[in-house]
Design a protein around this ligand. Structure first.
Ligand SMILES: CC(C)(COP(=O)(O)OP(=O)(O)OC[C@H]1O[C@@H](n2cnc3c(N)ncnc32)[C@H](O)[C@@H]1OP(=O)(O)O)[C@@H](O)C(=O)NCCC(=O)NCCS
Length: 200
């Protein structure tokens, strides 16, 4: 399924919904783009860790050989109390596939799909000169705080519904579905199996 606007199709790979098969290559691409330690140290990660991304809002792009060459996800958060929003990121395009509109196709697709699914606003922490072209602005996040260190000049918002971030105040907090962790009993039972003892 090609979710990107058709005018990008001639110059960049198609944007599709991410699948299970993309997950390992996505991790490798993000390590390449950001560095592993750096990316897990980001304050935005505090809003993503242990959570599932927002439904229908994880996107991928593949090169001619089928390998993953780009990724972006959106995450459910609240922009202060009782104000649902999405957090965008991380966005990464493989160095070989940059500067041909793929980043733009990812952001445009993310915005269009989020709006189509009824979401009101998107937040992100990123390079303002890059995201300003899509309408993201610091003016909409002035009353908000991230749950850790962040640069206010890189903390940006976009309204998909007019007024969705008007007067937003408070801490941005995660609201996405939590990833189910196995219970201690399950882990002990797993360790007791012959398969586990052989692989250990
Ligand atoms: C940022 C990134 C996703 C852009 O992907 P891309 O496919 O090259 O983007 P596009 O082709 O749509 O846009 C390229 C344009 O954006 C500009 N650009 C790229 N990164 C930029 C940045 N950090 N700040 C300002 N402009 C930037 C390019 O100079 C180019 O400008 P031009 O259109 O005037 O020639 C890619 O460079 C990347 O993965 N970088 C490493 C990870 C990262 O920084 N992610 C974003 C987090 S803030």
């Amino acid at each position: 399924m090609n979710l990107a606007a058709t005018d990008f199709a001639a110059t960049a790979p198609a944007i599709t919904l991410e699948t299970e098969a993309d997950v390992a290559q996505r991790e490798a691409l993000l390590d390449l783009a950001f560095g592993r330690a750096a990316r897990f140290g980001k304050t935005s990660e505090r809003l993503r860790e242990g959570r599932l991304p927002a439904d229908g809002l994880s996107f991928a792009a593949h090169g001619p050989d089928g390998r993953l060459v780009g990724t972006v996800r959106l995450w459910n958060v609240t922009a202060g109390p009782g104000r649902p929003a999405l957090l965008l990121g991380p966005l990464a395009v493989h160095p070989w596939f940059r500067d041909r509109g793929l980043g733009k196709a990812f952001i445009t697709t993310a915005i269009n799909e989020a709006a189509r699914l009824g979401h009101g606003a998107i937040l992100l922490v990123g390079d303002a000169p890059y995201y300003a072209r899509f309408g993201f602005s610091t003016a909409l996040t002035e009353g908000l705080w991230m749950p850790g260190a962040f640069e206010r000049s890189r903390f940006l918002g976009l309204e998909l519904k007019p007024g969705a971030l008007k007067g937003a105040r408070g801490l941005v907090s995660p609201t996405g579905e939590e990833i189910a962790a196995p219970s201690l009993t399950e882990l002990i039972a797993r360790e007791a199996t012959p398969e586990f003892r052989r692989s250990a």
